[in-house]
Design a protein around this ligand. Structure first.
Ligand code: MG
Length: 309
């Protein structure tokens, strides 16, 4: 039996984030603490993202209050799939408790840096000393935001400005036509592109398969695998590309481990702009389940005012 305490938070981002769903100004979530009779403690974080299909913050809060401050292993492992952010938080808080005390875990791979969208990426690279980024940096740049001709021009300049030994990820958030996706693949050929992420929307799964089969650069799924059921569907279909795992909302870590054991997918763990508590939990999972030496998608340090990273 564990004691459960909840600590809701509401942090402003240092700078609002521009997303598909508008301007995102604050991160709200719940830090949870489990403790047991042996004075052990484990922290977890509920960082929902309802736009990606997770439960809402209110639903998560109400769900956790049902336990009235006490729960056991049976409760934790029977959380329904409607509460993926709660599954992540409670299962990993339990694991943290069993490992107590928990020295901070260093990431096993470097972080991928998210470049500003559009032309601002060029300015940033131009004005930042190249050695600032470390020996073999990885960058992510959003595409399918402006017209393709404009973006392809910027892309060519971007390739020139990348520091030596860089890798670049292009993330379209499902916003390309199949024709434009082909144009991007052609432009990527022979360039240091780590992968093209979600060129087509989830419903266009046959297009995504076709792009991956061309073998020009790997295709990564992100929006297509918002939860474990979607992930399972893709893996059963024999997906050979990369899968981005937004750990805090994917669902039960236990079930994720089972899928990984069965299918050995090529995973890249990624942030949902959680605090350092959720990030630590996700890094533990990444260390266990991400086997290819690919940069982690947590290149978003010091997003919050007052967050200690
Ligand atoms: Mg993405």
């Amino acid at each position: 039996m564990y004691s459960l305490s909840l600590q809701p938070y509401d942090y402003p981002f240092r700078r609002p984030l521009k997303t598909h769903h508008g301007l995102w100004k604050r991160r709200q979530g719940i830090l949870i603490k489990l403790s047991d009779g042996q004075q052990r403690q484990g922290w977890g974080e509920i960082a929902p993202l309802p736009d990606f299909g997770s439960e809402s913050l209110e639903a998560a809060h109400e769900f956790c209050q049902r336990f009235e401050g006490h729960l056991d292993d049976g409760d934790i492992f029977s959380i329904g799939d409607r509460y993926p952010a709660c599954q992540f938080a409670l299962e990993l808080a339990r694991e943290a408790l069993l490992r107590y005390p928990n020295p901070p875990l260093q990431p096993n791979f470097p972080h991928c840096q998210l470049l500003p969208t559009g032309e601002a990426a060029l300015k940033l690279l131009e004005t930042t000393p190249q050695d600032h980024w470390g020996p073999s940096p990885c960058f992510k740049w959003k595409i399918a935001v402006e017209g393709i001709q404009q973006e392809q021009d910027w892309f060519q300049q971007l390739l020139w400005q990348l520091p030596p030994h860089s890798q670049l990820r292009l993330d379209a958030n499902g916003g390309l036509s199949q024709e434009d996706a082909q144009t991007w693949l052609a432009a990527c050929e022979g360039q240091p592109i780590d992968y093209l992420e979600q060129p087509r929307p989830p419903e266009a799964w046959q297009d995504l398969e076709a792009l991956q089969h061309q073998g020009v650069v790997p295709i990564a799924l992100d929006e297509s695998v918002a939860n474990l059921r979607d992930l399972e569907t893709w893996l059963q279909r024999g997906w050979s590309g990369i899968v981005v795992i937004k750990a805090a909302i994917i669902g039960s870590p236990q079930q994720l481990r089972q899928l990984c054991q069965q299918f050995q997918p090529d995973l890249v763990f990624s942030s949902v702009f959680e605090t350092s508590v959720g990030r630590q939990a996700a890094l533990h999972l990444a260390r266990e389940l991400q086997h290819q030496p690919r940069a982690l998608g947590f290149g978003v340090t010091s997003l919050f005012r007052g967050d200690r990273q």
